[in-house]
Write a protein that binds this ligand. Structure first.
Ligand SMILES: *Cc1c(COP(=O)(O)O)cnc(C)c1O
Length: 397
């Protein structure tokens, strides 16, 4: 018997999370990375610090100083307990494991961050995905009703949401927390670009965990995520966090980053300005719908996302093609905000794309009629083949 047959069938059926492999000279706007790095002098200083890090020793996240630095920098309440994860991805996994009893339910809205569902599948939770409205706002009645009906052990809400960029109403999230007896994780991966947060409530509600990451503010490579919550829950979570999940170099680099949070804030401000500018410019392009974003990306709908994606790619720009990943995301692209020059390059391609779309303006049915022509052609070919086959058989009789 092959080893393969011992591997869980549901895992065999999965596909690995795709990480884009693109040449260095590409403009990479697919994964909400910050286009800016520390200036040369700070890089030198960081190199010096890292060279002195005790990589011969196991890391001790609890007394690395990072937890205190996070609390101080991001105003995390004193009565909230903080857990560190190797990226918030790891925390999503651990929190899921924490409640993964048989028949436990996970509630999410759709479309949202794909790792929630992935972890539900991995740890055997029933996944309940409730669709958003067409404009990507929350269908709060459906959510509250589902909480009552399914009593989810765990609810994930990204605030603002990924991949849509839309921020739900604060009161709606509060209702969800109040109504749930299970854990509610408010995932604030994009919190730095938002002007609202649930962090001030962390530690107060037994069922609330507020999760954040350094990834989307310029340090995706460090893999530092953190979660703040009630002492009781976080003490249980602490039992399943692998003892050495954080590495010495990342802990040191993260502390360094927080010491220079002013530089980080400058980058965030640049991106927020770009968000405004891009928002206006995109909205002026005929044929593009812009969804209001509170994150460092903008999700748009255009006449033909597939073609637009390819045209951007030909210009060596990689964005995220959302089209095809969820029915509500038809003809959507997600544009991570880059430098002004990078963003202008995106605008140029999209302008040309939309102008061309208008020029060869075919009637609205063109796509469907093309599809029908293809289907009829296929039927004709098939019929011809069958006739040939039939005639061929006749000869043999
Ligand atoms: C990017 C992202 C994460 C993962 O962040 P890491 O800390 O890099 O693992 C979590 N949640 C949402 C909504 C994200 O968009």
């Amino acid at each position: 018997m092959s080893v393969h047959s011992f591997i869980r069938e549901d895992i065999q059926a999965l596909t690995a999370y795709p990480i884009a492999n693109i040449p260095k000279d590409f403009i990479k706007l697919d994964a909400m990375e910050v286009p800016y790095t520390f200036p040369e002098t700070l890089q030198q200083e960081l190199a010096q610090r890292l060279s002195q890090t005790e990589i011969n020793r196991y890391p001790n996240p609890a007394n690395s100083g990072l937890i205190e630095a996070l609390r101080e920098t991001f105003s995390i309440p004193l009565d909230a307990q903080i857990a560190l994860g190797n990226g918030s991805d790891e925390l999503i996994q651990l929190i899921t494991q924490l409640v993964a009893k048989p028949n436990a339910n996970m509630l999410c809205i759709e479309p949202s961050f794909v790792m929630y569902r992935h972890n539900a599948a991995l740890f055997g939770l029933n996944y309940i995905g409730l669709p958003l409205h067409e404009d990507f706002t929350l269908n709060i009645e459906a959510v509250l009703q589902a909480i009552e009906q399914h009593r989810p052990a765990l609810t994930f809400i990204a605030y603002p949401n990924n991949p849509t960029g839309v921020r739900f109403q604060r009161e709606q999230i509060e209702q969800i927390i109040e109504k749930s007896s299970g854990l509610v994780v408010v995932d604030e991966a994009y919190g730095a670009f938002n002007d609202d947060s649930f962090m001030n409530l962390a530690g107060q509600y037994e069922n609330l965990i507020v999760m954040r990451t350094l990834s989307k503010i310029g340090f995706a490579g460090l893999r530092i995520g953190y979660a703040a919550g009630h002492v009781m829950v976080m003490n249980e979570l602490a039992k399943i966090i692998p003892p050495y999940n954080m590495n010495q170099l990342s802990l040191e680099a993260a502390r360094f980053a927080l010491e220079h949070i002013d530089v980080v804030h400058q980058h965030i401000d640049l991106l927020k300005n770009e968000r405004e500018r891009m928002n206006q410019n995109l909205a002026q392009i005929h044929g593009i719908t812009v969804f209001p974003s509170k994150a460092n990306f903008i999700t748009i709908r255009l006449p033909d996302a597939e073609t637009a994606f390819n045209q951007l790619y030909e210009q060596r720009i990689l964005v995220k093609k959302l089209h095809g990943s969820h029915a509500l995301l038809h003809d959507c692209l997600r544009l991570t905000l880059g430098t002004p020059e990078q963003n202008n390059a995106v605008l140029e391609v999209l302008k040309t794309h939309c102008q061309n779309q208008q020029k060869n303006h075919l009637p609205a049915t063109s796509k469907t009629s093309k599809k029908w022509i293809a289907i009829i052609a296929a039927i004709v070919v098939l019929a011809a083949l069958l006739i040939l086959l039939y005639l061929n058989n006749l000869q043999h009789i």
